[in-house]
Design a protein around this ligand. Structure first.
Ligand code: A2P
Length: 279
């Protein structure tokens, strides 16, 4: 049975445990929501430190204490820069050094985040244009989940085309939910209007009618025919690419073949790429 004295001692004890467990100079945030989509994918939200600033599309190092040591991986922030919380979309790798633990987090748990965000999938790294394509596979949709919820994207482009390819339809659900959220959002729905298009395909699921790797659909012209737009044109079109190393390499080559030049923060261009880092 607990006595009064035990209650009085508890806060001091907890404080001591926390101060030894959390490394100095990093944020320790509280999980506010967790949603599992499949046995490979989940999303979580956490509190946002008051002084944490980032540009929509950037990534941060997210971590947990594992056996007394911090383990970090790069995660694109999936929420937009204006959101008061931070959202992340993650894969679950059964023996992944971070994700095998991260997949078990629950509301109220603590997640670590290093202080400095960075990344090239940002509006600043692209020259102005008419149409921006966001090409993603799997969890590569995360930086675009941020950008499609940022009004700045719609100030810069007349058309925003979110392309997402996964193995099966259950893995596309996060993207469908995002679009639904935007359509029902008080102020975003008005800003976005009909500028946003969602092009979702699967590669291993005959139950879903829209199929094919994004690279194949660009090469064959199916993407443009389905959308009713002209083929890629460096004058009007911009690209942002996020996926596996193999997907990045192939999609980047397709951009170059179409005459688009790669950009960076220091020198904006016609397309930008970033690896979806995961394990
Ligand atoms: P596929 O099923 O043909 O391998 P994963 O879940 O393995 O990360 O893959 C996510 C999606 O990316 C899958 O639909 C997969 O297609 C596709 N993909 C894999 N490699 C490439 C590539 N080189 N270019 C384009 N898409 C790819």
């Amino acid at each position: 049975m607990l006595r009064n004295q035990d209650f009085m001692n508890a806060p001091a004890l907890n404080k001591e445990i926390i101060s030894t467990a959390i490394p100095a100079g990093v944020y320790a945030e509280t999980v506010t929501a967790v949603q599992h989509y499949t046995d490979r994918l989940f999303r979580f939200r956490m509190t946002r430190p008051a002084d944490f600033r980032f540009r929509s599309g950037e990534f941060a190092m997210i971590g947990l204490m594992v056996d007394g040591k911090p383990v970090y991986r790069a995660y694109s922030v999936a929420s937009p820069a204006w959101d008061e919380e931070l959202e992340f979309f993650s894969i679950k790798v059964p023996d992944g050094p971070l994700t095998s633990h991260l997949q078990a987090i629950e509301v109220g748990d603590t997640v670590l985040m290093r202080k400095k965000p960075t990344g090239t999938l940002v509006n600043d790294a692209l020259l102005p244009g008419k149409r921006v394509y966001m090409f993603s596979t799997g969890t590569g949709i995360a930086p675009f989940a941020s950008l499609i919820r940022d009004p700045e994207t719609y100030e810069k482009f007349d058309e925003v085309i979110l392309c997402h390819t996964c193995r099966d339809v259950a893995e596309l659900q996060y993207g469908f939910d995002l679009i639904e959220e935007i359509r029902n959002h008080e102020f975003l729905s008005e800003i976005v209007g009909d500028k946003l298009k969602h092009y979702a395909t699967v590669t291993r699921d005959p139950s879903y009618p829209h199929r094919g790797r994004i690279t194949d659909n660009i090469r064959s012209g199916k993407l443009f025919a389905d959308l009713g737009v002209p083929p890629l044109n460096p004058e009007t079109d911009r690209g942002m690419i996020c996926g596996s190393a193999a997907m990045l390499k192939e999609t980047k080559q397709l951009m170059i073949d179409a005459g688009l030049e790669e950009g960076a923060n220091s020198k904006p261009g016609q397309f930008v790429i970033e690896r979806a880092f995961v394990d």
